[in-house]
Design a protein around this ligand. Structure first.
Ligand SMILES: Cc1cc2nc3c(=O)[nH]c(=O)nc-3n(C[C@H](O)[C@H](O)[C@H](O)COP(=O)(O)OP(=O)(O)OC[C@H]3O[C@@H](n4cnc5c(N)ncnc54)[C@H](O)[C@@H]3O)c2cc1C
Length: 288
């Protein structure tokens, strides 16, 4: 006989943390757009679930010491509508997630916890130097997103912890995101690139998604282009430099052959996306 699932449904953040401490095995559910797929395909059979949808604190966002603190339960639709001007790369990535229904339900917190190499919210968080705020009854800690994601579908969160929020600076320079899929919408990324310009540091951050076990920063590409850009008299980047940048972006990937694409195709596509995102962002910066 099938056992009934116990569903815990706290109304406050304090109660959610207390329940997670009491039931560390409980599977949290936010938008349910990953969890319900796992249940429907019988890939997960949790005895206890922790429904976070009634917790108002998870749906809040606001400024904090010059940065933004965004609750883990803020949906993609709200990121696009309410934070598109402050977090452009994340907003562009959010627009590519699923369908309107998935964007209404799905949350960045859920994308972080799933930690899929193809999670579209992750590369924009890497290039924005985001931190993930984890909380338990014992207290709160913040971890850089690249340390939070420890492997494919693995994170450093403990069983008694929940993701409270992510914290990051609003964009000070142009940001971009581009994704390749096997069709135009409702598609898991074959590969993606997020890019952010940091004018005050005269720096560029670029991260590839869906082309390795975790999102990967392309450090050599960042260094190459930082040496080339003249921030005081911004001129167009020449074609040879853009091509070299694309090659280095592709070189940072550790892609595999799978049903969505071959490793060789992913490298080719990443070189194109790298060139494209840099030229778009730099043109935006030059014209600002
Ligand atoms: C049709 C369809 C299309 C999709 N398209 C895309 C796409 O284009 N790009 C993409 O990246 N993803 C896509 N997804 C996957 C999914 O929508 C995203 O990963 C989404 O961000 C998950 O968020 P959620 O709130 O629905 O998470 P849930 O399904 O509720 O949870 C996901 C995971 O996060 C955990 N969790 C949730 N909230 C917390 C919290 N506060 N603390 C700790 N753990 C938590 C859950 O236990 C679970 O392990 C798609 C899914 C579907 C069904």
């Amino acid at each position: 006989m099938m056992k009934a699932v116990q569903v815990l449904a706290p109304d406050t953040w304090k109660d959610a943390l207390a329940l997670k401490a009491e039931h560390p095995e409980a599977l949290p559910i936010a938008g349910g757009t990953d969890v319900m797929v796992e249940l429907n395909f019988d890939r997960a059979r949790p005895e206890t679930m922790l429904d976070l949808t009634r917790v108002p604190e998870l749906r809040e966002w606001g400024p904090e010491d010059g940065r933004l603190r965004v609750g883990a339960g803020v949906s993609y639709t709200r990121i696009i509508e309410e934070l598109g001007d402050r977090l452009p790369s994340l907003a562009v990535a959010s627009r590519t997630v699923g369908s309107p229904q998935i964007r209404n339900r799905g949350t960045v917190g859920g994308n972080l916890a799933t930690a899929s190499p193809a999670g579209d919210a992750l590369p924009p968080l890497y290039v924005a130097d985001a931190e993930v705020e984890l909380a338990s009854v014992g207290g709160t800690r913040r971890v850089p997103v690249a340390e939070f994601v420890t492997g494919p579908k693995r994170t450093c969160a403990r069983d008694d912890e929940l993701i409270a929020a992510f914290v990051l600076p609003g964009a000070a320079g142009a940001q971009q995101f581009a994704k390749i899929g096997t069709r135009n919408a409702m598609v898991i990324a074959v590969c993606s690139v997020a890019l952010a310009l940091w004018p005050s540091q005269r720096a560029v951050r670029v991260c590839v998604g869906s082309a390795g076990p975790t999102p990967l920063r392309a450090r050599e590409a960042e260094e190459l282009v930082e040496g080339l850009l003249d921030w005081d008299a911004p001129a167009p980047i020449d074609d040879a430099a853009l091509t070299r940048f694309g090659e280095l972006v592709a070189g940072a990937a550790r892609p595999i052959d799978d049903v969505r694409g071959s490793a060789a195709y992913r490298r080719h596509a990443l070189a194109v996306l790298g060139r494209r995102t840099l030229s778009w962002a730099w043109e935006q910066q030059r014209c600002a």
